[in-house]
Design a protein around this ligand. Sequence first.
Ligand SMILES: [Fe+2]
Ligand SMILES: [Fe+2]
Length: 625
Amino acid sequence: MNDLLAVWKGEELKYQHPVVEALRQVEGADVYESLRSILIEGVRAIQVGETREGVWRFSLRFPPQWSGGYALPLLFQRVGEEDGRKIVLIWTNFPEPLAKIHSLMKQKEVIASSALQILDSVSKNIINESSAKVAAQRILEKFSELLGARAAIMRLFQRGRWAHYASYGLPSTYLSHYHEVYIETVPLYRRLFQQQRLQITDQVTDMGAMGAELSRVVNPLSMVVSVPLIKNKTVRGFISLAFDEPKPVLYYMTEVLENFANEFAFILEKNEYYLYIVETSERLKKMNLDIVTSLVNATETRDSYTTGHSERVSTYAVELARHLHWDDYEIEKLSIAALLHDIGKVGIPDAILLKPLPLNDMEYSIMQMHPEFSANIVAKVENLHDIVPWIRFHHEYVDGSGYPYGLKGNDIPLGARVLAVADAFDAMTSDRPYRKALQLDQVEEILRQGAGKQWDAAIVELAIRYLDVIYERESFLKENRLDHFRKMMFRLNLLNGLYLFEYLHEEAENLVLNNIEFVFGMLKLPSSVHSLPLASKKKLVSILTEVIKKHVHYPVLVARKSYLFFAFLAPQYDRQLLHNQLKTVAYQFYERTDVLPDFAAYEYPLEKHILPDVFDNFSHFKKDA
Ligand SMILES: [Fe+2]
Ligand SMILES: [Fe+2]
């Protein structure tokens, strides 16, 4: 059944079926013009009374670029003449293509509105995605489902190539093989890049070498649609969709798809930027913290007893601040303050910082300058100004008897009061040169006694309640071998290579305090040596030192107590063994010098009354900084 397509009179179109106008709107002016030129041609050629069918067949393609479509048989019927002008009726069979056009238009609307929904939900949820890539993946998946695509890929233009960014429905072998493709090797991509417009193809050859593998993944490969992602009038990338059956509607969706792609690119970029900011600031933050930590570790390396101290203080301070309900930002600042609180110890000379013996008053007053040194160092960092007072006052006591300023109570900033408790907790639970780590119940006792005097009572309460758990959870750094040797350097007299007498004395006192058996001894030159000239005395002492070093070895420790007196100490050693060694030394020395030293070996506790002769009287030493 034919419809009247048009009525032609002379050179004018007197009537046209509404679908002709619809065609013009849907397919564009080209289609309309080509239909019109066929009509004119047909009208010119037809004779009066003649009816011709199918001679001027108009191929109406839905869509025009597509090889499928409809050929419309046109029927020309010349019905007469008026004023010398032909009247021609043109008939054709319309219902089928008309219905097709309508259904395509309907599909287009549905897809367009769904695409909008996808974009909307994506822009709302994209911030939750772990990365822009994951978001892109999600969107490709949804979009492929909506359009009925079997596979999709998003590529970004990088260094002259299209690099894979996200994909859907493509196996990893394909992705690794075609991770990057050169712009020239895929005709479809090249056209897209040049024209900056959406491209559709149903020719596998348009996909270049990649086409063969793609048609194994999407089989049969019926159509590929590539939509450019354009920014600043440049194609930055594209989304490509592969279909296993023809989707004519896509030919009518150029604009919708292009808008979709641009909107998507915009959201993605925004999100990528957002994620970039978040990641970068996290990275920077971590880097800063790493720098601070390594700086602190570097300074703590000088003194084995404080290795890891600042990091532990930081852990304790953070825990206390949490229970004081500080916000995250303040807690972060406090943790940095804790890391840096003793950094000023770099300004304390080794002779004081590493001294294994009690500090004298002068040394102690220099030691007390470290909070001020720390504060001055940190004050140089613009972003750390807030924490300077916490650091400066971490050795102040709430009763005003602390240092360096003798501040009282709430005049001491809260941060400093928290640091003081965290600092003391770590000091007490760590080994010190002059004592072993205290037990937690001893620590609790000391904290309670100092509450309201040395420390803020409320913070002490929190420390007693919560820090033991942290203490037991963390396995902290303890002394290592390197520290042991470094310590040794301070215990040796570098001129004669023997131990410092003070060290031997301290060791002996420790052994006594800890009830450990040991052997000790002495070797001294006869008093007649006193009257010799200084040069001769020096000569004798240096020969004796040489002989001792040759015959007495670890674990026997040797120190020179006075000019002519050498002391020996060996924990859990054999008295006879030491005696024999001393005898060897004496005779060797005698052979070289004709001077025979006195010597004797003793054991503790059996001969403890001799101890003062060798080591002087023991006193309990004190050293707290
Ligand atoms: Fe300190
Ligand atoms: Fe400290």
